[in-house]
Design a protein around this ligand. Structure first.
Ligand SMILES: Cc1cc2nc3c(=O)[nH]c(=O)nc-3n(C[C@H](O)[C@H](O)[C@H](O)COP(=O)(O)OP(=O)(O)OC[C@H]3O[C@@H](n4cnc5c(N)ncnc54)[C@H](O)[C@@H]3O)c2cc1C
Length: 393
């Protein structure tokens, strides 16, 4: 059983400084970044300088070596900033590519990529999804042909967070048949690479989403991360941290929307009394409170199991991702409803939560894929280790 209050004094101090950072470096720019459809590069440098990217990474690479509760603190405070696009850009930089580089990289790769990324000097992205393959990771068609001393990369990627800003991309490429994929540390200054912004998104406006093109890009063999043809296995493992952070973000985002609804119920009057006196809305809020607690319970338990078993805690992490993300979307929807017509306007920030958080049930693996994974483990009693072994064939 995990500790119901896992946060130590160190975590609490981190929370204070992250909250301060949100107030001074993020909140004043929300309107500008949302309108520009991209955040400022400078915020990456400032996050790095303050040490927020390195919280869970080893001290020898510029991190602070904290446990996963440190990442939870950062995730919760960013969710409370209520600018999902920026939060997504910052996570896509930290928890999508960096854990794999930390786990699999050579010393040279860590010095070249992990260290400057933790400092916020280099921006990074994870490039898996393609125009024709998202959930079906094994169906990607971007190829890396072995040319002896280098790989020749051809293909394209879609919906890549930080795609046009990135200095390097952890890129999933096909190096063989079936599930024989590999991961490359791809420098975006390589000739033949180009990226265009994808602007027509429902929400997450302040985050840079890119479509990427690779035309005869010569990538040195030293860019291979881990072993050739084991990329599918690495990607599946790497998803666990991304999904944990998604659950935490969903929980905090739902709580934020619930608190807004609570406040509005006290302020707004209808039929001569505060709307908070109507039982139907009081019960709606009560249900939202139950939902938020349930999200927190499963998400915190998933964090605790991840700390104990690593990516092998796949079942509870997958459950947390499915439950917290679906539930958060519903809670935020109810908050908008409680705000009436004003909820549909930009004034209260609920409209932004509504459109940003809608991505949670799609990004990082859809809810349907989460249930697919859980059903294999529950119904077919497939053990995680066995699944991973199979995916390596
Ligand atoms: C704003 C944004 C940012 C993103 N950032 C990144 C990023 O940084 N890096 C990256 O690599 N990707 C990124 N993605 C891609 C995201 O991970 C994919 O969109 C997601 O995994 C779904 O893939 P898809 O869009 O191809 O949908 P599809 O896989 O085509 O799915 C379509 C529908 O079919 C369902 N479906 C598919 N297969 C099954 C099945 N076996 N059983 C039941 N239902 C199924 C899905 O659940 C979904 O409802 C981002 C997407 C968005 C929109």
């Amino acid at each position: 059983m995990y500790n119901l209050n896992p946060f130590t004094e160190e975590h609490n101090l981190l929370r204070q400084s992250m909250r301060q950072f949100v107030q001074t470096e993020i909140t004043p720019h929300v309107a500008e970044w949302e309108a520009n459809k991209v955040c400022d590069r400078e915020v990456f440098r400032k996050m790095g300088e303050a040490g927020f990217f390195g919280v869970t990474f080893p001290t020898e690479y510029g991190g602070s070596g904290m446990d996963m509760w440190g990442a939870v603190v950062i995730g919760e405070e960013l969710a409370w900033a209520n600018i999902g696009g920026l939060a997504m850009s910052l996570y896509a930089h930290t928890y999508l590519p960096l854990p794999a580089i930390n786990a699999l990289g050579t010393e040279e790769q860590k010095q070249k990529y992990l260290v400057p990324a933790i400092k916020g000097e280099k921006i990074c992205a994870l490039g898996v999804t393609e125009p024709g393959a998202g959930s079906d990771v094994g169906g990607i068609t971007t190829t890396a042909e072995d040319m002896g001393d280098h790989y020749l990369v051809n293909g394209s990627k879609m919906f890549i967070t930080n795609g046009t800003m990135a200095d390097f991309i952890l890129l999933a490429v096909r190096t063989g048949e079936g599930h024989q994929l590999s991961l490359l540390l791809f420098d975006t200054n390589i000739e033949g690479f180009s990226a265009i912004p994808v602007h027509n998104k429902l929400g997450m406006h302040s985050s840079d989403t890119g479509q990427l093109f690779f035309e005869n890009c010569k990538v040195p063999k030293s860019a291979l991360l881990g072993d050739e043809n084991f990329g599918f296995y690495y990607i599946m493992n790497n998803f666990q941290e991304e999904r944990l952070i998604a659950s935490i973000t969903a929980t905090a985002g739902a709580e934020h929307a619930m608190e807004k609804a609570k406040k509005y119920m006290k302020e707004r009057k209808a039929f001569g009394k505060p709307i908070g006196s109507f039982q139907v809305l009081r019960h709606k809020l009560a249900k939202m409170a139950v939902d938020v607690e349930a999200c927190r319970s499963i998400s915190y338990r998933a964090v605790a199991e991840f700390m104990e078993y690593g990516p092998a805690a796949v079942k509870i992490i997958t459950m947390a991702k499915a439950f917290a993300c679906e539930t958060a979307v519903n809670v935020i929807n109810e908050s908008l409803q409680i705000h009436g017509g004003w909820g549909y306007m930009e004034d209260y920030g609920v409209a932004r939560s509504f459109r940003d958080m809608r991505l949670l049930t799609v990004g990082g693996g859809t809810t349907e894929i989460m249930y697919e994974i859980i059903s294999k483990m529950e119904v077919d009693e497939v053990r995680h280790e066995r699944q991973l072994m199979d995916s390596r064939k």
